[in-house]
Design a protein around this ligand. Structure first.
Ligand SMILES: NC(=O)c1ccc[n+]([C@@H]2O[C@H](COP(=O)([O-])OP(=O)(O)OC[C@H]3O[C@@H](n4cnc5c(N)ncnc54)[C@H](OP(=O)(O)O)[C@@H]3O)[C@@H](O)[C@H]2O)c1
Length: 285
């Protein structure tokens, strides 16, 4: 049996859809009773479990052979995922497939890059078989800026730095593949989209695809931080995003395309153009 954590989120939800499509048995992990009922109504087995409440995990993990592990980026992420790994180790889970990040590094100034590095090390030392997926930045991050994009602006702090943006649907497809195949134990896969794109090029692709001109606004970091705060992000998140984009991306530290998605799944990843087309309604006026 496979347990999918983050089943109500973007990547976990897409994995559930893919596994259901192929008739693969799995169970969705949820934090709330209503979420369990929603899955059950769709004919999907679901169970309560919350990484903030380790006492809920033994029963959720019993009988599980393989677990998909994901949590959102928060200051609690290391505690949540290490609690999940420890609980899995106690009940004898065979393998964990974890979403990490391409820039994970224990010395990183980007908070979630440091968290993922600490969790990756904890997982490797746990004695459980593991597969670690390291995606670069998600194309879906552009949905954060859909309101300014509809007004003709793409605000960022990345200068001429570029990213090999990856679509979360492809990350989910790799996860569904490695969750259901043998031979991925002890493997770390860096996942990227097919090309590396800076904000000027991204703006030009938006302009061509959505029918109005979109200009890249290369903002000073304090102004970008303020916009992130005014649009509801915590100070922890806003500071982290500024460092991620203004230091890591603007400093040209993102990774080149790896072509792992096609190698692992037999199908090429979505292009940036595919992503815009599939979300056209959200970006168009
Ligand atoms: N954004 C990027 O560019 C990028 C790039 C590389 C890697 N990543 C990594 O990708 C991961 C996914 O992030 P996301 O924000 O996109 O995920 P997401 O779609 O928001 O999904 C998060 C899931 O985690 C569940 N969850 C939250 N707290 C939990 C807890 N205490 N116990 C169990 N489940 C819990 C949520 O359930 P509820 O519905 O109950 O809240 C939700 O299903 C993060 O680790 C991030 O660092 C992101």
């Amino acid at each position: 049996m496979i347990l999918i954590s983050g089943a109500t989120g973007g990547i976990g939800g897409e994995i559930c859809r893919l596994l259901k499509e192929t008739g693969t048995p799995f169970r969705a992990l949820c934090r709330k009773g209503e979420q369990v009922q929603d899955f059950q109504k769709k004919g999907i087995d679901a169970i309560i479990g919350d990484f903030d409440r380790p006492e809920t995990l033994a029963s959720a993990l019993r009988g599980i052979e393989t677990m998909f592990l994901i949590t959102p980026p928060t200051p609690q992420q290391v505690d949540q995922e290490t609690a999940a790994i420890d609980a899995a180790q106690k009940v004898g889970v065979g393998r964990i497939v974890k979403i990490s990040a391409s820039d994970s590094n224990v010395l990183s100034p980007v908070p979630w890059a440091k968290s993922h590095a600490l969790i990756d090390h904890h997982l490797r030392a746990s004695g459980i078989n593991w597969t670690i997926l390291k995606p670069t930045a998600f194309m879906q991050n552009f949905l954060w800026f859909k309101d300014p994009i509809t007004k003709g602006f793409l605000p960022q702090v990345t200068g001429s730095g570029s990213v090999s943006w990856v679509d979360t649907r492809d990350v989910a497809r790799v996860a569904a593949t490695v969750l259901t195949q043998d031979g991925h134990e002890g493997a770390t896969y860096f996942l990227t989209g097919p090309e590396t794109i800076d904000m000027k090029e991204a703006s030009s692709r938006f302009s061509k695809a959505i029918g109005h001109k979109v200009r890249y606004l290369d903002l000073p970091s304090p102004l970008f931080w303020l916009i992130l705060r005014l649009t509801g992000n915590s100070n922890w998140m806003a500071k982290g995003l500024v460092v991620q984009f203004a230091d890591v991306v603007a400093g040209h530290h993102d990774i080149d395309p790896t072509f792992e998605i096609e190698r692992l799944t037999g199908k090429p990843p979505h292009t940036f153009g595919d992503f815009i087309q599939d979300h056209r309604k959200e970006f168009a006026r």
